[in-house]
Design a protein around this ligand. Structure first.
Ligand SMILES: *Cc1c(COP(=O)(O)O)cnc(C)c1O
Length: 388
């Protein structure tokens, strides 16, 4: 994971120039493409000749974004989608059929859980959720029709770390595809494909754009799986808009610099939070006190930009910290240059039952901060008001 190579790919990979020789990547706002002749149209449609046909299938701006992200994740191929959720849906629709089974880590993004538990079940696909860190539970969950392993690491909001290489082994011996949602770390901090995962999915809405502007998603991995994802996408249509792809393409150029700066601030903030008398446990993989610190430092280059912590006293005290902020944005979103704060128990995880929440370790005093690019002293000061 050498920086010079990553940095060069971030700004150069995938770039294609038109006849005008533009320096910055062009935004192609066109829904269709014309052919030189009837014969060329036929060849394009049959796939005999490569080239653009219709923007549900491909668009040059989207292709540039896909190629750049594939290069950064060290994947053979990438398919961009309209959102992170449509990336996950496309993967599932492309690889599974009725009767198949998914093994997934607990603590997945809320909509992913709902997709698996409430929607896929209507189509005869069942999911077993296992504790993110319990390798035996992954093994025990395997059924004859297990076709997909799906994990998120670090988990949200408790930052539990899934051992990617170990789960890759288990998935492989089960004959299943292993997918990692790499939204929180991004390829700047973690490359699941190099650790044995078959597929990476992204909500590009988060750090890949990085500035809270557009929705987008992506599936990255080996060509055979991505060919299937592409077939689903070109038929079913959850493709990304060229404008959104262009925004994300430019966002990738600053990805490592942003991720490293935001991670460094997150580490400093986590260490500071550990010293505050009003704070209980602090959840951050970069802290020596994190139960899987060693594993995190093996598979990630830093702890990431998300810090969760328990405010002593429960919901009332936690809400006081939220409401006392003057700068930090109160929003459930993350992956922005602006720091955000969320009370998971009443927002992102509010729809799951109180028992399920307690089981997942998401207490009433828990807050999640996604650290942005502001001066870390200002972030501390903003949290200190409510903690005082
Ligand atoms: C936001 C998010 C998603 C869904 O992405 P959208 O772009 O909102 O559809 C999936 N996984 C994780 C980890 C996320 O944070």
């Amino acid at each position: 994971m050498t920086h010079p190579e990553f940095d060069t790919l971030s700004v150069r990979a995938g770039t294609r120039r038109s006849q005008f020789n533009e320096h910055s990547e062009a935004l192609y706002l066109t829904s269709s493409f014309v052919f030189d002749s009837a014969a060329q149209a036929a060849a394009r449609f049959s796939g005999e000749e490569e080239g653009n046909v219709y923007a549900r299938f491909s668009n040059p701006t989207v292709t540039m974004m896909q190629d750049r992200l594939a290069a950064l994740e060290c994947g053979e191929a990438c398919v961009a989608t309209s959102s992170g959720m449509s990336a996950i849906l496309s993967l599932v629709m492309a690889t599974l059929q009725a009767g198949d089974h998914i093994v997934a880590s607990q603590g997945l993004f809320g909509a992913t859980q709902q997709l698996f538990n409430n929607i896929l079940t209507r189509f005869g696909i069942e999911t077993t959720l296992v504790p993110a860190t319990d390798l035996d539970a992954y093994r025990a969950a395997v059924r004859p029709r297990t076709r997909l392993f799906f994990v998120e690491t670090p988990s949200n909001p408790l930052t539990e770390i899934v051992d990617i290489a170990a789960v890759a082994e288990i998935a492989k011996s089960a004959g299943a595809i292993f997918a990692v949602d790499n939204c929180f770390c991004t390829p700047a901090l973690q490359k699941p494909l190099l650790l044995g995962a078959d597929v990476v999915v992204h909500s590009a809405t988060k750090y890949l754009d990085g500035q809270g502007r557009v929705l987008g998603g992506a599936v990255v991995g080996g060509k055979p799986v991505l060919d299937e994802v592409f077939k689903f996408l070109r038929t079913a249509g959850p493709c990304i808009s060229p404008f959104n792809a262009w925004v994300i393409l430019k966002g990738l150029e600053t990805l490592r610099i942003r991720m490293e700066a935001q991670s460094a601030s997150a580490l400093e903030l986590a260490r500071w939070l550990e010293r505050q008398p009003g704070v209980g446990r602090v959840f951050y993989p970069g802290l020596a006190s994190h139960p899987q610190h060693a594993l995190a430092m093996r598979q990630q280059t830093s702890g990431g930009a998300i810090v969760s912590f328990e405010v002593k006293g429960g919901r009332e005290q936690a809400w006081r910290v939220v409401d006392a902020t003057r700068m930090i944005s109160i929003t459930a979103n993350l992956g922005d240059t602006r720091t955000t704060i969320t009370h998971p128990a009443s927002t992102t995880h509010g729809r799951i039952s109180a028992e399920a929440r307690a089981l997942a370790g998401i207490g009433e005093g828990l807050l999640r901060v996604a650290v942005g690019l502001e001066a870390v002293e200002d972030i501390k000061a903003d949290l200190a008001t409510g903690l005082a």
